[in-house]
Design a protein around this ligand. Structure first.
Ligand code: SF4
Length: 427
């Protein structure tokens, strides 16, 4: 008899890829992915990057633990806040960390044998690009090029879960890209906690991109987040890689703050000028670049002048996407020991910045009005009969169609701009 499992994943693309690995391995072992109602095993692939995410994960876990199903808790939270999970969900089938995803089939077998409350943590990750995957979106192939990080940012708890850097062999990464494109993927996501630091026996991110660009076929590559500090060292090669039409003109550089003092307290390792220089260099080659950044508001000791620095910075460089988070102390981090700012102050500053972000991204999107060209439909839209396409700059363009057009390349014209997306019509 085939056994069924349901999987729910929180967090970033690396975590989503881990969910796909676990689903792939379980699939190969004869288990099938199904709905929550029908599932015997419920896998919750957690994230603990921020307090609100952790709260949502805990509430989901509490709800699911009452269903009388076999609950498996994976992802980052077990390593970040084990105590809180156990306090809220004292009885579970198994818990594992991101470095143990390859052990999922063994874990499920042990549960079948009657074991309970199993905890499996590993020191070294498996070579994730070589593991089977069940793609949650058949158009998008996510490749993890590394696990962990070299930095010690004072606010970050992800490194407790993902550990120090472990880069996967470049040839395994390119091989995985080959396999994904053969399977029909039209978009390859390059992901890790910091793509800029990738180094496998001297091979860097541009070498991986060069290898993937050489693969025949019509597809795009989306390069995920890179710490600006590490982009500096590969800037020339990276720009050369981006010149290939297969690479989306999309840059995700987390700024976090434009105050020199706050960046030092965060221990980010770069001044705001480094970020500015990289952006200008990219814009010189790619004027239609989509720029995405992350900002933390209300870091301990931040004052109005620090915020002003950040506001001036974003008004100058005008990012298309700003992921703004209110600072929240994470367990075990250095910043959790700093004196915290009052919530009212953090809320006020966050509101101000969100408003500016909305205005800036709307202004940027207006530049696309009347643009026409090719885009790849890579996602279903939120509303029925709508689809999300991406053009060469990874701009989201919503188009209407009653047919299933997922994975198709369409020619569209942008007819309306919103602050977070564009509306297009097929031409
Ligand atoms: S790596 Fe960070 S964002 Fe991704 S799942 Fe883990 S805690 Fe969440």
């Amino acid at each position: 008899m085939r056994k069924n499992f349901f999987i729910k994943s929180f967090g970033c693309s690396a975590n989503k890829s881990d969910a796909e690995v676990m689903a792939g391995l379980l699939g190969e072992a004869g288990y099938s992915l199904t709905s929550l109602e029908e599932a015997e095993y419920v896998l919750v692939n957690t994230c603990g990057v921020k307090q609100p995410t952790e709260d949502r994960v805990i509430s989901t876990l509490k709800q699911l633990s009452s269903l009388n199903k076999k609950l498996i808790i994976s992802g980052c939270l077990p390593r970040i806040n084990f105590e809180r999970i156990v306090k809220n969900v004292p009885s579970f089938s198994a818990m594992l960390d991101p470095r143990s995803v390859h052990l999922i089939v063994d874990i499920v077998r042990k549960i079948d044998e009657g074991q309970n409350n199993l905890v499996v943590f590993s020191d070294e990750p498996p070579i994730k690009p070589s593991l089977p995957k069940h793609l949650l979106n058949p158009v998008i192939g996510i490749i993890q090029i590394a696990e962990g990080c070299t930095m010690a940012c004072t606010y970050c708890c992800t490194r407790f879960a993902r550990g120090s850097i472990y880069c996967y062999p470049n040839y395994e990464i390119v091989k995985e890209a080959h396999g994904l494109i053969e399977k029909g993927c039209k978009e390859i996501w390059i992901t890790s906690q910091d793509n800029g630091i990738y180094d496998f026996e001297g091979m860097k991110l541009p070498d991986i991109l060069e290898g993937i660009c050489k693969i025949e076929g019509e597809f795009f590559i989306r390069v995920g987040m890179m710490n600006p500090l590490h982009v500096k060292g590969i800037l020339k090669g990276l720009i050369e890689s981006f010149l290939d039409e297969k690479v989306y003109k999309f840059l995700h550089l987390p700024l976090q703050s434009a105050s020199v003092r706050i960046l030092e307290l965060m221990r980010r390792g770069y001044p705001p000028k480094t970020v500015m220089d990289i952006i200008y260099e990219f814009l010189e080659y790619f004027p239609s670049l989509t720029l995405s950044t992350d900002i933390i508001v209300g870091f301990p000791t931040e004052d109005d002048t620090d915020l002003e620095d950040t506001i001036k910075f974003v008004q100058k460089i005008k990012p298309d996407i700003m992921n703004i988070s209110k600072f929240g102390a994470r367990p075990g981090t250095e910043a959790s020991k700093f004196e915290q700012l009052p919530h009212s102050v953090v809320n006020r500053r966050c509101k101000e910045l969100v408003q500016i972000a909305r205005e800036v991204s709307y202004e940027k999107n207006l530049n696309w009005l009347g643009w026409s060209g090719r885009c790849l439909i890579d996602e279903k839209g939120k509303k029925d009969g709508t689809w999300i396409g991406r053009n060469f700059a990874y701009k989201p363009i919503v188009v209407k169609s009653e047919q299933n057009i997922l994975g198709r390349f369409l020619n569209v014209e942008v007819v309306e701009a919103k602050s977070t997306y564009l509306l297009g019509k097929p031409i």
